[in-house]
Design a protein around this ligand. Structure first.
Ligand code: GLU
Length: 484
């Protein structure tokens, strides 16, 4: 059997919507699962929507996400060009539109578009145009064209009968032909509409599976009538339910919802984003959730795509991102965290040690800076922070602990994780106190915060002996002032 050929066909609108990226991912997975070919095609026939730099965003996003295409505008391929405006310049859409007229699948239409648009608007939804041009004779048409009259090429749909197809996700779809509008295929400026170009390109590029948003589900019967008129084989259709913000709203740029670029800027890793969006509408047979792209390509199965819309859950993505961070190689994590650490930390501390504590407790990269802001400078804090019910600490206990901590720290000849650990724990034993009654006050005193990326031992080690003792002293003074 022929290997799968899929295409991601974005319009360059300057924004990589999460739903689009999921479509790209599923197209990629359908191709790769089969050892097939993944193609990038730029659909820029709607020139009014084009945004400068948008194609670069598409390239960059796909590259960052590891969705490497096998054919596309930048790398070529046997079925190029891969940009619709370039394909148009070759005249191919016009040629095929004229061919379709010959085959009886379309007709020339000379109607005034402005008048028609008004009629359409007045009639509202469900307007079907009964085009008088359908009934023009060959001679009349030739004369009008010769006279330079503007025309479009419009699809012919026989109102009798039904058109049906089987979608891989939505199942059997059947519509009465009488409800299908005879849409424009070629505009008067010679540009094809999406409705026409997608069929011609998918056919010429030998696309086997069309994966796209379900907003195209209702138009697909019309596309199939074009395939039929040409006598071409139709692709397998995989229409995807929308990605939702909540139960009632689609995720959309207009609502200010995050794009892929926004998520990266917010500190999410591309690999985690891809992993998460793979699960927006698809689930594996087992309950596993963490996959590399290669693993996904192996496991992915179109039959397990759900037709119910999935809700984009940023908390789940944040959790998954944290899992990715914890599973990273320590050195790779250090490199990734370095620019964020450098932004927040100017003092001379061991950034490898800082990265190590962060790796266990960071869910997204943008958490790093606020989490290490105490390293350069101890902020003002309230002594109430020393009180912790579960740790059984009060301000009085904290004061006692800190006085002993200071003495212990001053006595350390070697200052490292091990000696610090033994020192703090040894104190608890010696004073017959709970570990928390030593560790909690010590950590509050050296950070001024109740939530920190590491414990008293790790942070004392990072700050160094002198600074740790200085901060413990500050804590003692604060408590003495408070307690009198
Ligand atoms: N250019 C269309 C879009 O961005 C692609 C639809 C399709 O994949 O056929 O929505």
């Amino acid at each position: 059997m022929e290997k799968a050929r899929t295409r991601f066909a974005p319009s360059p609108t300057g924004y990589m919507h999460i739903g689009n990226l999921r479509t790209a991912l599923y197209e990629y997975l359908v191709a790769k699962k089969d050892g097939g070919t993944f193609i990038l095609r730029i659909e820029d026939t709607d020139q009014g929507r084009i945004v400068e730099g948008a194609v670069d965003i598409i390239y960059n996003t796909m590259k960052t996400c590891g969705l490497h295409h096998d054919e596309g505008p930048d790398i070529g391929g046997e079925y190029g060009p891969y940009v619709q405006s370039e394909r148009m310049q070759c005249g191919m859409y016009k040629e095929y539109a004229e061919k379709l007229v010959e085959l009886g699948g379309a007709h020339y239409c000379f109607c005034d578009e402005a008048v028609l648009a008004k009629e359409r608007e007045e009639a509202g939804e469900g307007f079907l145009y009964d085009d008088p041009c359908k009934y023009l004779s060959k001679e009349e048409i030739a004369a009008k064209i010769a006279a330079g009259e503007k025309y479009v090429i419009r699809q012919n749909i026989d109102p009798e009968g039904t058109t049906s197809f089987d979608d891989e996700v939505y199942g059997h779809i059947e519509v009465e032909n009488s409800v299908l509008d005879e849409q424009i295929l070629l505009k008067s400026d010679g540009f094809p509409t999406y409705n026409f170009a997608n069929v011609i390109d998918d056919h010429l590029m030998k696309i086997t599976h069309v994966v796209r948003g379900n907003e195209y589900l209702s138009s697909t019967p019309k596309y199939n009538l074009i395939y039929d008129a040409f006598g071409w084989q139709k692709p397998t259709y995989v229409h995807l339910p929308p990605v939702m913000k909540d139960e009632h709203h689609k995720l959309s740029k207009r609502n200010g919802d995050a794009s892929f670029q926004d998520l990266v800027a917010k500190g999410y890793l591309p690999a985690a984003i891809m992993n998460y969006i793979a699960l927006l509408g698809w689930s594996p047979a087992d309950n596993e959730e963490i996959f590399t792209l290669e693993e996904l390509a192996e496991k992915f199965d179109v039959s397990r795509i759900s037709k119910s819309p999935s809700i984009f859950d940023i908390e789940k993505l944040t959790w998954m991102n944290g899992m990715y961070i914890r599973n990273m190689d320590a050195e790779a994590w250090y490199e990734l965290a370095l620019p964020y650490m450098k932004n927040a930390i100017k003092s001379d501390v061991d950034l490898h040690a800082v990265a190590a504590i962060l790796q266990q407790r960071t869910d997204k990269l943008t958490d790093i800076e606020p989490n290490v802001d105490f390293i350069d400078e101890l902020q003002e804090y309230d002594t109430a922070l020393f009180v912790h019910k579960k740790m059984k600490t009060t301000e009085e206990i904290a004061l006692k602990s800190l006085i002993h901590c200071k003495e212990m720290l001053e006595g350390l000849e070697e200052y490292n994780m091990e000696t610090l650990h033994d020192g703090y724990i040894g104190l608890a034993t010696k004073l017959e106190m709970k570990n928390g009654q030593i560790m909690w006050p010590a950590r509050i005193a050296i950070t001024g915060k109740d939530k920190t990326p590491g414990g008293a031992v790790e942070i004392s080690n990072i700050l160094g002996k002198e600074e740790t003792i200085r901060r413990i002293t500050v804590g003692i003074e604060k408590l003495q002032a408070k307690l009198g």
